[in-house]
Design a protein around this ligand. Sequence first.
Ligand code: RNT
Ligand code: ZN
Length: 420
Amino acid sequence: MNKNKQIYEYAREQYARLEIDTDKVIDELAKVPVSLHCWQGDDVKGFDSDSPLSGGIQTTGNYPGAARSPKELFDDLRKVIEITPGKKKINVHASYAVFEDGKFRNRNELIPEDFKAWVDFAKEYNVGLDFNPTFFGHSMVKDGLTLTSPDESVREFWIEHGKACVRIANYFASELGEPCVLNFWIGDGFKDIPADRLSPRLRYKDSLDKILSEKYDPRMVKPCVESKVFGIGVESYTAGSSEFTLNYAATHKGVLPLMDNGHYHPTEVVYDKIPALLAYYDEIALHITRPVRWDSDHVVLFDDETREMAKEIVRNDALGRVYMALDFFDASINRIGAWSVGFRSWQKALLNAMLTPNDKLKALQENGEFGKLMAYQEEIKTYPFGAVWDEYCDRCLVRSDFGWYDDVISYEKEVLSKRR
Ligand code: RNT
Ligand code: ZN
């Protein structure tokens, strides 16, 4: 037996003492889909517009090698898929339309065929697709507003965009036979103190109603509304606040709330909100990210919030009820590395949660044995998690140790550095 296997055997025994079957956990984790966002590869630029990024989001950094075309982005995604363990879905933004017939279509007139390249890509890897209308980075964003704009023609344009996206989500789901999460996020809001906080929200509500009047199969298309507390240049007011989106979802059957853990006040934690929503909703969605001071989109790490979020999903037996998607963009380091660190971190968090003796710990809580609960939770932290992670990577045929980053470096040398 080689050294790694010996180490794994030891870990397996350790976890068996906690009545955790590591082999079973590895098999289960490999089946859990996590949505990999397409927009880390090109700093959220997309293919359909030269307008600068808007909506209160921003990428910083100019590390060389960003994807400049559909081909380059697909190549880069392939690399990320190759070096990360676990089942994926791909999360596509509407701004990533690939006009194969050479004819440009504006966002209000997009058709399913404009995303055939994505469907082909998904079929190549046997993965599902999720989708997002793109309400930013476009000349029809007026004074920072889209679906909430007082200008009817602006609103109309974006409603048409939303409807087109419902049709595209239907197309994804029917082509791939996997549900398509269709996430609505708008950056609409104000930099400074508004005089009317209600009218934009009423318009947002009405616009969403109009968009979702477009027909879709609720078992296969999962519309979500994502909230946000503020954006860059949109500091004083965001129309799609947490209360707004939660109540929209609660009052519209089939619509899911989406929580992005970068979209709350800095001391709020999304892990506590997950069970709160699970008490009311059959299904919810997440954007997994890492907020740092003013920014909501740093690369996901295996940190406390990430670990606790995964625990809330796993120990509440909600892996089948929570649609998990990554959402971050870092242009200051190698983008393939950033993408992969984020994906691997969430995989680690899920694995860690699955290697926690959740039933035992819950029983301690129910029995009021809080001292013992604390002691046990601390002991588990030093269990040989790394050995199981290595074995999981091995079985997924990806490198577990530092070696995977060598692949990132060679790809940078051979491919990315030539993009000038
Ligand atoms: C922005 C939201 C949103 C975007 C993507 C690109 O703050 O998190 O989800 O990051 O749609
Ligand atoms: Zn998000």
